[in-house]
Ligand binder design. Sequence first.
Ligand SMILES: [Zn+2]
Length: 479
Amino acid sequence: MMAAGREYIPVIGLEVHAQLLTRTKMFCRCPAEFGAEPNTLVCPVCLGLPGALPSVNREAVSMAVRIGLALGCSIERESVFARKNYFYPDAPRNYQISMYDRPLCSGGSLLFEDGEEEVTVGLERIHLEEDAGKLLHGQGGHSLIDFNRCGVPLVEIVTLPVIRTPRHASLYLRRLRQILRYLEICDGNLEEGSLRVDVNISLREKGDETLGTRTEIKNLNSFKAVEAGLETEIERQRKELQAGEKIIQVTNLWDAKEKKLVLMRLKEGAHDYRYFPEPDLPVLIVDDDWITDEKAKIPELPLARERRFQREYGLSVYDAGVLAAESDIADYYEETIKLTGEPKITANWVMREVLRELKSGGGEIAGLRVRPERLADLIAIVLEGGITTSAGATVFAAMLDSDESAKDIVKRLGLELLSDEGELGTIVGAIIASHSDEVARYRGGKKELMKFFIGQVMKESGGKADPGIAGDILRKRLD
Ligand SMILES: [Zn+2]
């Protein structure tokens, strides 16, 4: 039966695994570190040796509670760890300890903005589990296993199937990553796999509420990959459905290089894992005091901060979004404002100079030599009219490599604004003499050429001329 011309609506759900920044692993005291020699951070528990008993890492539970509270979930006072049985070389016990029918957090939602539109994505659950080991394939025809990652704590954050477009999926992820970083519970590194995204996707026919068969895409290690993978899969399903084909439940991998989906496996249903409550662990009890403690650790979250930046500092939506994206940059910005008292001008300096430097140098703001006090000093000199904005950028660049004060650098580089009428008069005289054409046109009524003359004065003075005084002199001589 041909079904061409029918309209289909994508139904997308996301499962995000976030590696928690705990000091030790989920069920043992091995360090949860990365980059160590393979198989050096292991013990009988995370190696799954017979008789070794797990115990729960309290800090991991605290972090999971915090993300749950930040996303408005209800925190279950009693939750249950469960065994997810599967046989694979990266899981030495042949099961993973996860949570199944009684997760730690349920419900909740995440809010983001798409232009003017506010979008709320409902969550199904958030639960704790442990990571598997790492397989290194193709080592001289062999595969090697590193168990260091085995047992590292993860939270899995699962949305309801309510996302409608690939773009919304990516906006959801960006916001979620920001929140995890604000809470300091995950570094959010998609490329290195500390934040991993799996998407579920099905199409339903317009006007029909029945969900279609869903497929899964794994290995989406950038926001771009999430959008591209989803777009490709939506198109594929649409074509199949329009050709009257049935969608088969599969798991695909996204090949970012070739920009195509690669079949990984036919998907097993949940029953294949034969979940049952973990007999080696008690019921996890989180009481009200614990929840109150975690609530107190939650800082102002990114969306709230963005909105406050718009309201309090008069920033545009875009500028507020850029400055509030990372809490350390937002802190830096606000510390600088306290000293300058000029939110908008300070925003320009942080976005133009500070963020450009961080982008080009790839560094963190904590390592930036120009601390808020030094930036505020520089901004003050520009505002007092001591130097031009472009000279200010030169001073900023010099401050990155020295502890010299902005004032001293201005002096050393000879960047003080040229406001001496005699000197400016000489420059203006020379420009009028060498641009007789433009002078004639200006005097003939083309007044907008004033900008050109001021530009020439700036050029002649090496960017140091005080544009106000230069303009006055020009007008006096030309009009
Ligand atoms: Zn261990």
